[in-house]
Design a protein around this ligand. Structure first.
Ligand SMILES: [Zn+2]
Length: 150
């Protein structure tokens, strides 16, 4: 759970300050704020961390005034997922999906990759698969700014 300390607009983005519990494992983004039983706001970047309050930026505007509320903080990726994306030395090969009995899951959003699913190709490296959407967003575009690119 996280307590919402402040929310402010900064151009096209919204900055959300959260008081997070101690002992969270990285990565803190991508993540979501969950309240009223729904995933409501996706957090894309950590913009500042002053120790007590961690500021996140998002392209979304929260649907209600969240300041002072306690919400669920849901992290999307494991340490392994983050490392796979951040490791620039790793090379990914574009491949056709395996058959359903050997189906794979994208390590970033868990979408099913198989010849019988909607996602029929993917990027493969070292026993890990990433779906084309995630590959474009997180590796090619480096949406989170974690690949060490410009
Ligand atoms: Zn994916």
């Amino acid at each position: 759970m996280a307590d919402v300390a402040f929310i402010r607009a900064a151009g096209d983005t919204t900055i959300i300050g959260l008081r997070l519990p101690n002992g969270l494992t990285p990565p803190l983004v991508p993540s979501s704020l969950v309240f009223d039983n729904e995933e409501q706001v996706h957090l894309d970047r950590v913009s500042e961390d002053d120790g007590g309050i961690t500021s996140f930026s998002t392209e979304q505007v929260p649907p209600t005034d969240l300041v002072g509320r306690r919400v669920e903080f849901r992290q999307w990726w494991s340490v392994e997922s983050f490392d796979a994306v951040a490791d620039k030395s790793r090379s990914w090969s574009y491949m056709a999906a395996p058959p359903p009995e050997k189906h794979q899951h994208c390590i970033l959003d868990w979408v099913t990759i198989s010849t019988a699913s909607e996602v029929r190709s993917g990027w493969y490296s070292d026993d890990s698969w990433i779906c084309p959407d995630c590959h474009q967003r997180y590796i090619v575009d480096d949406h989170l700014g974690i690949c060490g690119g410009a």
